[in-house]
Design a protein around this ligand. Structure first.
Ligand code: F6R
Length: 610
């Protein structure tokens, strides 16, 4: 959600900070700011409510020759979105400036203490106490002041600080909030950010700071310390995401670009996963005894990742015959869940930084369960808090609405389901080969769907006029309806509900009339006929119907106002294929309604607070 950048080098810092903030915009924010030395023994702090462009304009109007500084995009938690609450925040004398991601839980108590000692506060934020704590503990050494400051903080934080008397250094630390630092030797510059996207134009060799570590960035390099200020040498990680991936590459928005990247995302995720009929998931480091002992699977995640878990439940139960529960992480973490050493827990998170999912992982592990993370982000928190990691190969996802990461998650979970099925002796090598063959067909099936979107655009015009939309399906079809409805809600601000089609008559059918269109997934499946009967019930209530159906399905064409065809495939593969028209439908509806598809209101890409 919030984003941090920092630069110290030889170039004009404000330009580089603004560029970094632009790259972080996809995370969602409501205000932005930078702080740089002003050259007269003071700091120049420029902040604006709203878009980074506003800040950019304000910076352009000033002389800002400084070659170091910090910047921030804020997503309000404590204190409303405003210029006063925007970061950076400064101490009483305006000598220290800080930016902060996360939440300081004990800020009220600390603020009272600092006020009693004479500190003056200017904002409503929890963050500002950090600037005053640094002021309190500063004794000529900013690193030492940071080390003392963090001992007082409870909560989650990534913090970067500068001091006007130290124009040669930026100090940064973290706990439960990501910080990456890197040195660009050619430019003699050090950079930091809360997200690799903001530094990767300068360097690909980076350090993902661990909780409690402090880094001092200078023009000569980066020095890292543990919490006791003993120097340490954290490992460098080489990140090979291409810069192109961070740019729209000719598409009108990132969401569309990412939808079109889905064939590649699925291909990369499943590449080489089956050889000679054996599922090779070495990352699932489970020996035969471990597998034998597993008597249940529990899947946790939030939002779209949770929906990927719903698909996984169908397939793990189908192929491995192990009972599976799927839990929303924010509920799991507070309800004393029944998991233990015989439970395999799969935690799904695109970002790997979602606070609720991380908390759920900790609880599951504390109860003795083995936790495997399914994530898209190398070096993310979840990778360090789990017993093992399976990466989905979606590559960086910029649009707030998850698309390619969802399909890649599903593909990865399908491999896990096959793996468990094989290890449990339920799938033969021949069956695995056959399943893998079908799965490998899906990328080209997605390409087929993407070739012609005219009918989807027509359906979007119908849906865009409604005030509420219902999504129905059965089995796999119902799981992707939840995701389809979520996509519509988040980017078009149109109310949508998803129901298993058989549930309609138990209540929600009362909502239906000619003003409430229904999206019905009626692709080939063992329950297609039952779903079609439900569509008849829907038509009897005069609702317009948009059907997602298998190519050649004439019955769907007879009953629906619009039919979004997908190529013939196994019903389980339709979790991947039939999701694509639902994503595109949401996007076209959003565009019809004049919405910014990449930056939906009130939402952030990575939800690192509870
Ligand atoms: C919806 C969306 C969110 C995320 C959710 C979990 O498009 O992106 O619902 O899926 O916030 O995020 P991750 O997967 O990063 O844990």
């Amino acid at each position: 959600m919030c984003g941090i950048v920092g630069y110290i080098g030889r170039e004009k810092a404000s330009d580089i900070l603004i560029e970094g903030l632009h790259r972080l915009e996809y995370r969602g924010y409501d205000s932005a700011g930078i702080a740089v030395p002003a050259g007269d023994g003071a700091l120049e702090v420029i902040r604006r409510e709203g878009k980074v462009e506003e800040l950019e304009r304000a910076c352009a109007a000033r002389e800002l020759p400084a070659t170091m500084g910090i910047g921030h995009t804020r997503w309000a938690t404590h204190g409303r979105p405003s210029e006063t609450n925007a970061h950076p925040h400064i101490d009483c004398e305006g000598k220290i400036a800080i930016v902060h991601n996360g939440i300081i839980e004990n800020y009220v108590q600390l603020r009272d203490e600092l006020k009693a000692e004479g500190h003056t506060f200017r904002s409503e934020t929890d963050t500002e106490i950090v600037a005053h704590l640094l002021e309190k503990y500063y004794d000529g050494d900013l690193v030492a002041a940071m080390a003392k400051t963090v001992t007082r903080l409870e909560g989650a934080y990534g913090i970067a600080a500068i001091h006007v008397d130290h124009p040669d250094q930026i100090v940064v630390t973290r706990k439960d909030s990501p910080i990456v630092v890197g040195y660009a030797a050619e430019q003699q510059a050090s950079l930091l950010a809360s997200d690799i996207v903001a530094v990767m134009n300068y360097t690909r060799d980076v350090i993902f700071l661990e909780d409690g570590q402090i880094a001092k960035l200078t023009r000569e390099g980066i020095t890292c310390y543990d919490g006791n200020l003993a120097p340490i040498e954290p490992a460098l990680t080489h990140v090979d995401w291409d810069a192109e991936s961070a740019e729209r590459g000719g598409y009108p928005d990132f969401m569309l670009k990412e939808i079109f990247e889905q064939p590649r995302a699925v291909r990369d995720t499943i590449a080489g996963a089956v050889k000679n009929g054996r599922v090779l998931l070495d990352e699932l480091d489970l020996d035969d005894d471990d597998i034998e002992a597993i008597d249940s699977v529990c899947i946790i995640g939030c939002g779209t990742s949770y929906h990927a878990g719903l698909v996984a439940r169908e397939l793990i139960e189908r192929w491995a015959r192990i009972p599976v529960s799927v839990e929303v992480a924010s509920e799991f973490r507070y309800r004393d869940p029944i998991v233990g050493s015989n439970t395999l827990v799969i935690a799904i998170s695109q970002s790997g930084e979602t606070a609720d999912t991380l908390a759920a992982v900790r609880i599951a592990r504390a109860k003795g369960a083995q936790v495997f993370a399914v994530t898209n982000c190398v070096g993310s928190r979840i990778t360090r808090e789990s017993d093992g990691v399976l990466y989905v190969r979606a590559n960086m996802e910029i649009s707030v609405a998850a698309t390619k990461s969802f399909l890649a998650q599903i593909a990865c979970l399908m491999l896990i389901a096959m793996f468990l099925g094989q290890k449990k002796g339920r799938l033969t090598t021949r069956q695995v080969n056959s399943l893998y063959y079908d799965l490998r067909e899906t990328p080209s099936q997605i390409e087929d769907i993407l070739q012609d979107t005219a009918e989807i655009e027509k359906a979007a015009k119908l849906i865009a006029k409604a005030h509420s939309v219902m999504y129905v399906g059965r089995g796999i079809g119902s799981t992707i309806c939840y995701e389809g409805a979520l996509k519509l809600k988040e980017i078009s601000y149109l109310h949508a509900e998803a129901y298993p089609a058989g549930e309609l008559k138990h209540g929600p059918i009362a909502l239906l009339d000619e003003t409430v269109p229904v999206v019905a997934v009626v692709t080939d499946s063992p329950t297609r006929m039952q779903t079609l009967s439900n569509v008849q019930e829907i038509l009897a209530r005069k609702s317009h119907v948009v059907a997602v159906a298998t190519e050649g399905d004439e019955e769907a064409a007879r009953i629906a106002d619009c039919v979004l065809y997908v190529p013939p495939c196994k019903d389980w593969c339709s979790a991947i294929t039939a999701s694509v028209p639902l994503q595109l439908l949401a996007r076209y509806v959003a565009l019809e309604r004049g919405c910014d598809v990449d930056h939906p209101r009130n939402l952030a890409k990575s939800v690192t607070v509870e």
